[in-house]
Write a protein that binds this ligand. Structure first.
Ligand code: F6R
Length: 242
């Protein structure tokens, strides 16, 4: 695991965006794994700026998102489909049919998980996966205790995750308590991973990520055994690590 120390959120976003842009320019048909949440928003903003200024094209790029809330359709502003469309996809020349996000309103949710996993595998897997990290060490919505062997599956969100994500909803009761997420095994099959972390709120999680033995109680710790992970973290996120 390589640690790239940056000063602040801006520099984290620039470093991650430059990395993605270089990849897309080199491999125009790249497959990217994307995350939602607050962490990657600055990175996505820079991808859009670069697309407008330098014409980097996403016409042949495919994306797979990590997760989606169960019960929210793509028209719901709190859904991750809506989020990704508004913060990124609508501003690039990417073809919407090539942007995949689990369908949280599928009638048969188990089948949706299987289909998502198969779609990803048939496509040849993910070249570069962007990850954030939860305060409890979750990656995607794989909460503590999730089996490292898990594929795309349905999860019950931890109370701490529901609390952390309530900021995007009118009140905490509106936060769905289940989601579909790529599994830990799905994430580990990505050829390359960029984990982004910014701010003091992530300091404990980053300390555990860097210091902890691989352990299902801290899901992100599995990344220590992946051959190609870069952690782009700012000074505040690294403040509890030696
Ligand atoms: C989002 C996701 C989550 C977030 C994590 C951090 O698709 O899978 O694992 O990356 O909860 O969220 P933020 O960036 O809001 O701190």
């Amino acid at each position: 695991m390589e640690i790239i120390k940056v000063t602040n959120y801006e520099e984290m976003s620039k470093t991650a965006a430059d990395y993605i842009i270089t990849m897309v320019r080199q491999f125009p048909d790249a497959t990217l794994g994307l995350a939602t949440g607050g962490t990657p928003v600055g990175t996505y903003k820079r991808l859009i700026e670069d697309h407008q200024d330098n014409k980097t094209s996403y016409k042949k790029v495919t994306t797979f998102n990590l997760d989606e809330y169960i019960g929210l359709s793509g028209e719901n502003p709190q859904s991750y489909r809506y989020f990704m469309d508004s913060v990124l996809f609508n501003h690039l020349d990417i073809q919407k049919v090539n942007t995949f996000i689990p369908n949280g309103t599928a009638l048969d949710l188990e089948k949706e998980c299987l289909n998502y996993e198969n779609k990803l595998k048939n496509h040849g897997g993910i070249g570069l996966q962007i990850l954030g990290i939860g305060n409890n060490g979750h990656i995607g919505f794989n909460e503590p205790g999730t089996a490292f062997s898990s594929n795309t599956h349905i999860v019950d969100l931890a109370d701490s995750t529901i609390k952390a994500n309530a900021r995007y909803f009118n009140n905490i009761e509106e936060v769905p308590n289940q989601a579909i997420t790529m599994g830990i095994s799905t994430i580990m099959q990505c050829r390359e991973i960029l984990l982004l972390a910014s701010g003091e709120a992530k300091a404990d999680a980053i300390q555990q990520l860097l210091g902890k033995e691989v352990n299902e109680h801290f899901p992100a710790s599995i990344l220590r055994s992946h051959p190609n992970v870069k952690v782009i973290a700012d000074e505040a996120a690294l403040s509890a690590s030696k």
